[in-house]
Design a binder for this molecule. Sequence first.
Ligand code: LLP
Length: 426
Amino acid sequence: MEKSSNYYFSGMDTVALAQKYGTPLYVVSEDIIREKIGVIRKSLLDKYPGTKAFYASKAFLTQRMCKILMDETIGVDAVSSGEIYTALKAGVNPEHIVFHGNNKTPDDLTYAISNHVGKIVVDSISEIELLSDLVSGLDRKVELLIRTNPSIEAETHRHMNTAQKDSKFGVSLSQLQNAIKIIMASDHLHYSGLHFHIGSQLFKVEFYLEAIRKIVAQMKVIKDQLQIDTEVLNIGGGYGVDYIEKDKTVDFAVFMDTIVSELNHLLQENELKLAELYVEPGRWIIANAGITLYSVGTIKEIPGIRTYVSVDGGMPDNIRPSLYGAKYNAVAVNKADQPKRELVTIAGKCCETGDVLIYDICLPKLERGDYLAVLDTGAYNYSMSNHYNMTPKPALVFIKNGTDQLSIRRQTFEDLLSCEIINEEV
Ligand code: LLP
C-alpha cells in the first residue's frame, strides 16, 4: 500500500492512530525501546564483562514495559513500593530489582525485603539504622549499596541536580566510613558497594569522571582502613537526550568507553578490583520511543504578538515544559507535507497560564480538527501525568512491527471519582 503524506512514527500512520483511539494519545514504540537497549547491550553489556543495566522505571513504567525489559534481560531500578509492585506483577525476577529512595518507609523496606528485592540502595545513615532494626530477626543477609553524595554540581536544570553538597540525596563522603561500620555491625546486612547518581540530562562525561575519581578514592580508604572490598559500583543514570537537536544526545558508546577506561585505570592504579559495574538509564532508553497525539481546537491570534493554538491535552499529560521549561518539537501530522510558514505557540487546555507545551514553533497553517504530534515524549510524561482540572488520563498504545495495541485504556470520569468516599452527613 502506498504511504500517505501523513506523518509516520515507527512505521505507523499517526493520523490513523489518532482517529482509531482518539486524542490525546500516548504512542510508544516497542521497536525503538528494543533498538535503544540494543545499543546499551552492544556498547556496554556485551563489551565489558561484569556490567549490568537497570532501567530507571520512574521514566515510564507499565507491565508491558517490564515484559520488554525481562525479555531483554535488563533489570529495574525502582524508586517506590508501587514500582516494585508493578515489576513483580509483570513477573520481573526480584533479584533483578534495585530499590532507591531518600525516604523509604518501614513498610517500603519490609515490602522490598519480604519480596527478596536484589539490592537496596540506602540513602542515609538514618535509613541504615532503620534497616538494622527491621532485619534483626531475618535468616539471611540483605544486600546494600550506599548512595553517596560526591558533591558535584553538574550542568543541568537545578531540579535535576542530585549530587550537589546541599541535596536531600545520598550519604556525604565524610560519613561513608561511619555508614559502612553501621552496616557491618549487623549480622543481616551486607555492604555490596557504592552508588552515585549526579543528575539528569547530563551531556558531559566529565561529571561522571569527576564522581568516579572521588568514589575510587573512597574505595581505597574503605579497603585500607576497614579492610572491606567494594564489590559493586553503580554510576546511576542521567545520560542526556536533546529533544530539539538530536545530534547532541549522548552517544552512549562513547560515554561508556570513556567511563570504563577511566575506571579501569583508577582501579589498577589503586590496586583495587570491582566485581560489577551498574548503570541506570531511564530517559535514554524511553524518551525517543514515545510521542503524544493531540487534536487542535481553538486558535487565537493576537495581532503582532502571538498565535495560540490550543490542543486537547497539556500539563496533565506533559508537565515538563511548565515544570522545567523543557523544549519539545512537534509535527502537524495530517499536514506533514505542507510548508511550515506559521509561527505559533502550542497551548494546553488547562486553566493555567503556564500550560504551554511549545513556545514559538513553525508549523503549517493549522485549523480546528488537525492533529498534532509532540515528539519524544516517552520519558517522564506518562509517569508524571496527573488529573489537574479533573482531566482523565489519555490512553496509551504500543506499536510493534507495524501493528498497534491498546495498552492502557483512556480514563473515564468514573475513574476520576473511583476512590472518593461519599460521606452522607455532609
Ligand atoms: N537513577 C537514579 C537514582 C535517579 O534518581 C534517576 C532519575 C535515574 C537513575 C534516571 O535518570 P535518567 O537516566 O532518566 O536521566 N522528572 C525529571 C527527571 C528526574 C529524574 C530523577 N531521577 C524529568 O522529567 O526530566
